[in-house]
Design a protein around this ligand. Structure first.
Ligand SMILES: Cc1cc2nc3c(=O)[nH]c(=O)nc-3n(C[C@H](O)[C@H](O)[C@H](O)COP(=O)(O)OP(=O)(O)OC[C@H]3O[C@@H](n4cnc5c(N)ncnc54)[C@H](O)[C@@H]3O)c2cc1C
Length: 390
């Protein structure tokens, strides 16, 4: 019997496991496959160093700027070099294993090649997780069960806390890591909003390698085929300007969904149950950034589970403190605001976004406001919204 059984050793699950194992709790961390590279842009905010200060010593690629383009290529740029900490661009295979190993070093028990398929139920109570392994089915019993296995979670819809994802509430994205000579600004990540509901990105990984991708968003998924969107983006003459060579070596490629409407508040906890990371919607509805918020949710859930175990009360009533945890409340509020901004920006085939960036090209205060909206958590002012609409 474990204290806590966690399904999914991605950023959310590994962080949660670490927090609990550091306090001496017995944690089973069930993972489908540690050699899987999660399809992802791999841009990680500098806030990661608060959780993993040791990451500064690793070789993750530093980033100190961003460029944001509208569908018709109005552009704002911002550099935070010398102003605040650098962020990093990572290869998810390396990054996820780094975080996993921190959890293992703290004492968590990792069970690789274990596909969580269902809960074990006794007297209508979920008492463990069942996993399919190469050796047959295994059962992991725990006092608290944590769903952290991302968008493909088989457990999440079986919690009774939420339904399966609907196509209009998610993003769909495809990306690749390519290698070859390019004209990218190596200090900066670039976002390219599209005229349809979606965006593309190019994130350098070193002098020669970069992550390039494109996605469709919410009801945009119904109108645009993902492969076609990716083809159009990578063959767009504006994008091609960054890539003078005719051939780029493909190191890896993948496609995957991501939550699009912010945190699903009703699915966060139940009796001896917690849901964290992508499985619970911890992804920014404007940028698709979810690594940091998933780690925040894993951290908060770990602390709440630890207190519940200390007090011997793992009920719904005790675990609801997770939703009230200050950082979680902040994320929920912030993502709600971003959902409404996204709707506004994509109105009229992205014309509002285009107008906003056009205004910013000649007005530094607007540019600053937009950067704060994308990178921090400030909503746009009424004045700016009015200017965009006139
Ligand atoms: C194309 C794309 C680009 C993105 N780009 C960025 C970006 O640049 N920056 C950013 O911050 N965020 C980005 N995101 C979002 C980010 O990838 C996620 O928010 C983040 O990975 C969530 O972490 P997680 O631990 O909740 O889930 P995941 O990272 O999905 O981890 C889940 C883990 O569970 C395992 N698992 C799954 N099913 C099972 C099962 N049944 N049994 C056992 N284990 C299982 C998986 O193998 C995985 O290790 C992107 C997402 C996509 C799809």
């Amino acid at each position: 019997m474990f204290d806590v059984v966690i399904s999914g050793a991605g950023p959310a699950g590994s962080r949660c496991a670490q927090v609990l194992a550091e306090q001496g709790y017995e944690v089973a961390l069930i993972e489908r496959d540690v050699t899987w590279r999660k399809p992802c842009g791999g841009a990680v905010s500098s806030r990661i160093f608060r959780y993993y200060p040791q990451m500064r010593k690793e070789n993750f690629y530093p980033i100190t700027g961003t460029a944001i383009y509208s569908g018709d290529y109005h552009k704002i740029e911002y550099s935070w070099k010398g102003i605040r900490n650098y962020s990093i661009n990572v290869d998810r295979l390396e990054f996820d294993n780094f975080i996993r190993n921190v959890a293992i070093d703290a004492g968590a028990h990792l069970f690789d090649k274990n596909l969580a398929i269902d809960f074990i139920t006794k007297d209508k109570r979920k008492i463990g997780i069942k996993a399919r392994t190469p050796e047959g089915t295994k059962e992991y019993l725990g006092k608290i069960l944590v769903v952290a296995d991302g968008m493909s979670s088989k457990l999440a819809p079986k919690t009774g806390l939420r339904n399966k994802w609907q196509i209009e509430e998610i993003g769909l994205a495809k990306c690749a890591i390519l290698e070859g000579e390019n004209n990218l600004d190596k200090d900066s990540i670039s976002f390219f909003f599209r005229k349809y509901k979606g965006y593309g990105w190019i994130f350098p990984l070193d002098n020669n390698r970069f992550n390039i991708g494109c996605g469709t968003w919410l009801d945009g998924n119904l109108n645009k085929n993902l492969n076609q969107a990716y083809q159009e983006f990578t063959n767009d003459p504006f994008i091609k300007k960054f890539f003078p060579k005719t051939h780029y070596k493909e190191i890896w490629k993948g496609a995957y969904p991501l939550p699009g409407l912010g945190v699903k508040e009703k699915c966060l906890y139940g009796d001896n149950l917690l849901m964290i990371g992508d499985a619970a919607g911890f992804v920014s509805p404007i940028s698709g950034e979810g690594i940091h918020s998933s780690i925040v949710s894993g951290n908060a859930a770990g602390e709440i589970a630890r207190n519940a175990l200390n007090q011997g009360d793992v009920s719904n009533e005790s675990l609801k403190k997770y939703k009230r945890y200050p950082n979680i409340k902040k994320i929920i509020r912030n993502f709600k605001m971003k959902v409404s901004i996204v709707e506004f920006l994509f109105e009229k085939e992205g014309q509002n976004l285009s107008k906003m960036l056009e205004l910013a090209e000649t007005d530094e205060s607007i540019s600053e406001e937009i950067i704060n909206m994308f990178l921090s958590n400030s909503p746009p002012s009424k004045e700016l919204l009015l200017k965009i609409q006139t």
